[in-house]
Design a protein around this ligand. Structure first.
Ligand code: ZN
Length: 723
């Protein structure tokens, strides 16, 4: 039985004509397909079936259909049917892009009852015009049948599958009659709760209903496409890991059964705040944690200036990071200005060539990281801390003109409390993955669905970044993992709520973490508050002041827990003498069965993501080294601007090295090569070969590790390990 084509490594591109298809209509299609292969190194191309451009042209087609109106200006031309045979000749798979979220007001008026409606009865797209102009439809309205008919017509052109850009379940929606009826049918409840009304128990039911409605739509959409072509691929822009997932109904685990790929965007945006250099890698790891092949979507343009290509370093690293994290690559290039700037834009394609060369090694590869990070979607959905003391804005700590911003109280309603919890979660998840990147810890992401014994048996360390909302089954699985010799590093309120966000007295779990009692929270602070170690750990001496993470629980330790660090008495004023060490422990280590639990009473990854203090990174690294049997999976002299992942398939084990050493800013233009980087990998394998040059490396064996020195690392390198 031959493998399915979509399980092979795919390098996807989309040429984006933004409503003016003349470059395509005038092109020699044979040359276009040849360019897809030769220049862009792609083997899968997206073609617009319904364009996504102003003023909401999702109802117009670029192909001939008796059922739908065609985009003006195309005449008798049929983009899909014309390009399909040419693409096939060049071995390119074609996926039709169908815009399913952006429609003109004019089209909406012809179809009353289709729009998504907010609680006040006004259509979402009238209150928030999409991209400045246009509206959007509801998955539970009769629009769904219109949408399935569109999918059917698209599939009849012979394309290999469809990407649905939308539908999106927009924040604040949908309160249309169809949704009201369906909600009543499912729950028996007459009334829909107010949006984000966390004090109303029906809100969580509504949240479940919204994401289930979205998944139901996708199920029927996929069934429709498969009626035309059993091998059709179907997927949508499925969202990543963010505390805003609940607003949009995003749930990668719920959706994966109904789509072929799990994909999400990591478009580069110019911002006035810090942006991690590893966003594509983190997203790629998250997306590839499911059962489907995954894809990270990259715009080949400079943020909101779509007619300027992405700087070379950014395109290159986006492709490298998607691949290293186990996902396929995708990028869109924009016409017309793109043609004029193409010569500047091909810098990132060195990396595309390496990825093409790596095909046989990345096909169906799996992470062999010994560290897992749980990114809990249930926690992202439902975490709402029961500690109201978290509602304090700690201020920027900035001192200017003899005025210092030391923070202020928030008279918070329940929505504000949830916002604060969202901030903690987003910083925790990203901070945790970035800690692993900067500390060279290869890591695999775990979804709630797949936290099981089968997966954990390959791990030595499991990290729970404030994974607050866990089911009984998950708690049991984690405890078993430790009893059998695993190490858990968890922080703050991990496991203190059930998977629906209800606070619990989980005595057994608290015991397991080494906690006898929780008194409450310290006031959030980023000024003059510290903790100290009770003994020297690694290179950090006892009693050295270490900045306290912004948030902290005041707890009492169990008698059998080893107290590794204690908080100082809180100060929270600048230029004030320290007030001595408190009795409240900051870090505990407890032996449980054959394994250990490292517990931080603070959400330490939140602070790492906000402030990137190396002392926090080093301390965590030393604790992991101390507790995990056999130490770290990778040891290296590389700076933190190199991230390392290990993946394997039937052909080989590969060490993926992503280099983001750059000009200390984003966008990155030039990535600076690094030289003579020594890497020691725990493996029984005995040979190491540089993929880009094909040259073998000199190796030696040391304490169960294969040690080699890579003479030069440019943007991306893969070291192939073999027996
Ligand atoms: Zn609706």
């Amino acid at each position: 039985m031959p493998d399915n084509w979509w399980e092979k490594p795919l390098r996807m591109i989309r040429r984006d004509y933004i409503g003016n298809f003349s470059p395509f209509l005038e092109a020699n299609l044979n040359e276009l397909a040849a360019e897809t292969k030769r220049v862009w190194k792609a083997n899968c191309e997206w073609l617009m079936a319904t364009p996504g451009c102003a003023p909401g042209t999702g109802y117009l087609t670029t192909f001939n259909s008796e059922k739908f109106e065609k985009l003006p200006g195309l005449g008798h031309r049929d983009l899909l049917r014309e390009y399909m045979p040419v693409a096939k000749k060049h071995g390119i798979f074609v996926i039709a892009y169908i815009n399913m979220h952006w429609y003109s007001y004019e089209f909406a008026e012809k179809n009353p009852g289709w729009e998504q409606i907010c609680e006040d009865g006004i259509a979402y797209g009238r209150k928030h015009p999409l991209y400045g102009n246009g509206t959007t439809f509801c998955v539970n309205s009769p629009w769904r049948n219109w949408a399935f008919e569109m999918i059917e017509e698209v599939m009849k052109t012979g394309v290999d599958g469809c990407f649905l850009d939308g539908p999106v379940v927009y924040p604040g929606a949908c309160y249309c009659q169809h949704c009201r009826n369906k909600f009543k049918e499912l729950t028996g409840e007459e009334k829909l709760p107010s949006f984000l009304d966390w004090s109303n128990p029906s809100w969580k039911k509504f949240a479940e209903f919204r994401s289930q409605s979205w998944a139901d739509f996708m199920k029927d959409a996929t069934d429709t496409a498969k009626k035309i072509n059993q091998n059709a691929v179907m997927f949508l822009n499925g969202g990543a890991f963010s505390a805003s997932n609940i607003m949009l109904g995003y749930d990668a685990g719920r959706m994966e059964k109904f789509q072929t790929f799990t994909g999400a965007e990591d478009f580069f945006h110019c911002t006035d705040f810090y942006r991690s250099p590893y966003t594509s890698l983190n997203l790629s790891r998250f997306l590839s944690a499911g059962k489907n092949p995954s894809v990270v979507l990259t715009h080949h343009c400079l943020s909101t200036w779509h007619y300027v290509p992405l700087p070379a370093g950014e395109l290159s690293t986006a492709l490298a990071q998607a691949t290293a994290g186990g996902s396929n690559t995708w990028f869109a290039v924009f016409f017309p200005a793109f043609e004029k700037t193409k010569k500047y834009a091909t810098g990132g394609l060195k990396t595309a060539r390496l990825i093409e060369k790596a095909e046989k090694y990345i096909e169906k590869s799996q992470s062999c990281a010994e560290t897992g990070v749980l990114i809990s979607n249930k926690t992202l959905y439902y975490y709402l801390s029961s500690h109201k003391g978290l509602c304090y804005e700690p201020g920027s700590g900035k001192e200017q003109g003899l005025i210092m911003d030391t923070g202020s109280n928030i008279t918070g309603d329940i929505k504000k409390q949830r916002e604060i919890c969202e901030g903690i979660l987003d910083n925790e998840n990203h901070g945790c993955l970035d800690f692993c990147n900067f500390a060279h810890i290869p890591v695999r992401v775990i979804w709630d669905e797949y936290l099981n014994e089968e997966l954990l048996k390959n791990l030595k360390l499991l990290i729970l970044p404030n994974s607050a909302c866990l089911s009984e089954k998950q708690i049991e699985t984690i405890m078993n993992f430790v009893n059998c010799g695993g190490v858990v590093l968890c922080d703050f309120e991990s496991g203190m709520y059930d998977d629906y966000g209800n606070a619990l007295e989980r005595k057994k779990w608290l015991d397991f973490l080494g906690i006898e009692k929780i008194y409450g929270v310290f006031r959030p602070s980023r000024i003059e508050d510290y903790f100290v170690l009770t003994e020297k750990i690694g290179e950090i001496d006892k009693d050295i002041f270490i900045p306290r993470p912004v948030n902290a629980l005041a707890i009492k330790a169990n008698a059998d827990a080893q107290i590794i660090a204690k908080y100082l008495h809180p100060i929270n004023f600048a230029y004030t003498q320290p007030r001595g060490i408190s009795e409240y422990p900051a870090i505990l280590i407890s032996k449980r069965g054959k394994g250990k639990v490292i517990y931080f009473a603070s959400p330490v990854f939140e602070s790492y993501n906000k402030f990137r203090i190396d002392m926090h990174k080093k301390l965590m690294l030393y604790l992991i080294k101390k507790c995990v049997l056999g130490g770290l999976q990778i040891e290296t002299n590389a700076p933190g601007t190199i991230a390392i992942e290990i993946r394997k398939n039937q052909k080989a084990v590969c060490v993926h090295i992503v280099n983001v050493t750059s000009e200390m800013k984003r966008p990155m233009d030039t990535v600076l090569p690094l030289h003579n980087i020594e890497i020691a990998v725990r493996t029984h394998l005995g040979k190491a070969t540089v993929l880009s040059s094909g040259k073998p490396l000199k190796v030696k064996r040391k304490r169960g590790r294969l040690v080699f020195t890579v003479p030069e690392i440019r943007d991306y390198e893969i070291i192939v390990l073999s027996p």
